[in-house]
Design a protein around this ligand. Structure first.
Ligand code: UN1
Length: 500
């Protein structure tokens, strides 16, 4: 099955038959491939050097023509959506619908980037000096290092790569060591698009495989002006100083601890569906997963009872089977992390429903779990911590200000939402003194953002913005240019400096 999918995507069985990175499917723990790591010292720097050469060529290709390459890549993705979506399921364990959704997200960002390739607008600025014109131009930046996580093994790279490519940059991708195969397959599709394009420089997009040392080697290289990294806050805190030490730029998309406020006026049926998708979808392994639920005391009993019924009926199982809503956790470490969080929650006064291992008879080497609902008396330490698993902490609130304080009272600032039909609450939630997150939704859950908006968050989430809106500016360098078309040399600020 894996071999067939890989073959359809242009990766031969032979290519994934040896190497130090052993890939196991989280579906059943069975080995599905071996991939060789790049060596941190030699190969990474060599690929960076090639990337610099590719950049020098690519930056001179007109942006709309660069867009054509991204358009062709989008076509490859369309043609191979099913195979790549399946591979995402096999390697990352997410249900097929979400695997396909992830590929759709790649297609969408390609479309966005193609349009953008004709809209990399700068400004013309009025000069204070006579006979002068001032302008602001966006130029290609250089090789962009993309470090991605296992949970969105291909889409997050695409958000970065599609923009970087139309912006005139080359790309070096270090995928999670847990998902090297989807990266290989994506690279292969890119190469097909590049072959159709004709004259794309060699090494325009490259993959480096391996663990943390590889990522650090990339981050330390001064020839890579931008490192865009997605992963845990811990990873970001280790990586950012490496980039900062050489005064490079980093674009960080780190942990979230996303909340929903359910107000007394909320449509509870809608809230219930949104909670379920956001808290148990992708087995709670999205950076935007719903982790904290603040329910108004007047509706709490009703909503929590409904959620327990819905949770009880959710189909957990093989993510490739139709009807499954919750697939496995990525590995044993994720399972252990979840169990430890649940134990802490109990010690901190929580009441846990669900959370146990599931299907261990059928899949002894995989880690399926019953999603957990944890009713907490207060927002304790464990609630403030992001555990990458389907745990939903439920707390009650009395008034809106209190709910807002609780929702903002954590170190992370990625996504947030409110379910309300009270216009004042909705507007206050998205106003300056409302949610402090990068994403704030009304009557929509915190996950599943569209590519058209800027994606990312504040505080320990790292402050970076990827994907839509004007996120492209992070992948370019801004130049202010002033042209004097007069025969005099007036100085700015009216300074007189006569040399005659
Ligand atoms: C992530 O988990 O790193 O909004 C990204 C969402 C997806 C992206 C998640 N579009 O949930």
């Amino acid at each position: 099955m894996v071999a067939d999918v890989l073959k359809a995507l242009g990766v031969s069985a032979e290519e994934v038959s040896r190497g130090d990175l052993i890939v196991r499917s989280p579906i059943d723990g069975v080995e599905i491939g071996r991939v060789k790591s790049d060596s941190p010292a030699g190969e990474v720097d060599l690929k960076v050097a090639l990337s610099v050469i590719a950049f020098h060529e690519w930056r001179e290709v007109p942006a709309p023509r660069r867009g054509e390459l991204v358009r062709l890549f989008g076509e490859e993705l369309r043609a191979n959506k099913d195979a790549l979506g399946r591979l995402v399921s096999l390697e990352a364990g997410k249900i097929l619908q979400e695997g396909l959704g992830e590929v759709q997200e790649m297609i969408d960002i390609c479309d966005f980037a193609v349009g953008l390739s004709r809209q990399l607008y700068g400004l013309t600025i009025a000069s204070e000096r006579p006979g002068h014109r001032m302008m602001e131009t966006w130029h290609p930046l250089g090789p962009v290092g993309v470090i991605s996580a296992f949970n969105f093994p291909v889409a997050v790279w695409a958000w970065n790569a599609a923009l970087a490519l139309v912006c005139g940059d080359s790309v070096i991708w270090k995928p999670s060591e847990k998902t090297p195969l989807t990266a290989m397959a994506t690279q292969r599709l890119f190469e097909r698009a590049a072959a159709k394009f004709g004259d794309a420089p060699k090494g325009l997009s490259q993959v480096i495989q391996g663990g943390r040392e590889i990522g650090e080697q990339l981050a330390a290289n001064p020839l890579v002006p931008l490192i865009s990294a997605t992963g845990s806050t811990r990873m970001g805190k280790a990586l950012a100083p490496v980039v900062a030490a050489r005064l490079g730029r980093s674009l960080l998309e780190l942990g979230g601890n996303n909340a929903m406020i359910v107000a007394p006026s909320a449509d509870l049926k809608l809230a219930e569906r949104a909670i379920t998708f956001a808290a148990v979808g992708t087995a709670g392994q999205r950076c935007t997963s719903l982790r904290r639920l603040f329910v108004h005391e007047s509706v709490r009993e009703k909503l929590v009872a409904r959620l327990k019924t819905v949770y009880g009926a959710i189909k957990i199982g093989n993510p490739l089977e139709a009807g499954t809503l919750v697939g496995p956790l990525i590995d044993k470490a994720a399972f252990d992390g979840m169990q430890s969080a649940l134990a802490q929650a109990k010690a901190q006064g929580g009441t846990v429903t669900g959370g146990a291992r599931a299907l261990d008879g059928q899949f002894p080497n995989a880690y399926y779990v019953q999603p957990a609902i944890v009713e907490m008396p207060r927002q304790t330490d464990v609630v403030k911590h992001e555990t990458f698993a389907p745990i939903l902490y439920v707390l009650s609130y009395h008034d809106f200000d209190e709910a807002l304080r609780l929702q903002n009272g954590v170190a992370q600032g990625l996504s947030s939402c409110i379910f309300t039909r009270d216009m004042q609450e909705a507007e206050r939630f998205v106003a300056a003194a409302g949610s402090d997150c990068g994403i704030a939704n009304v009557n929509i859950g915190p996950s599943g953002a569209e590519i058209g908006g800027a994606f990312g968050g504040e505080k320990e989430t790292g402050g970076g913005r990827e994907s839509g809106s004007d996120s492209w500016k992070a992948y370019m360098r801004r130049q202010t240019a002033t042209v004097n078309y007069s025969n005099a040399l007036p100085l700015a600020q009216g300074i007189k400096f006569d040399t005659e």
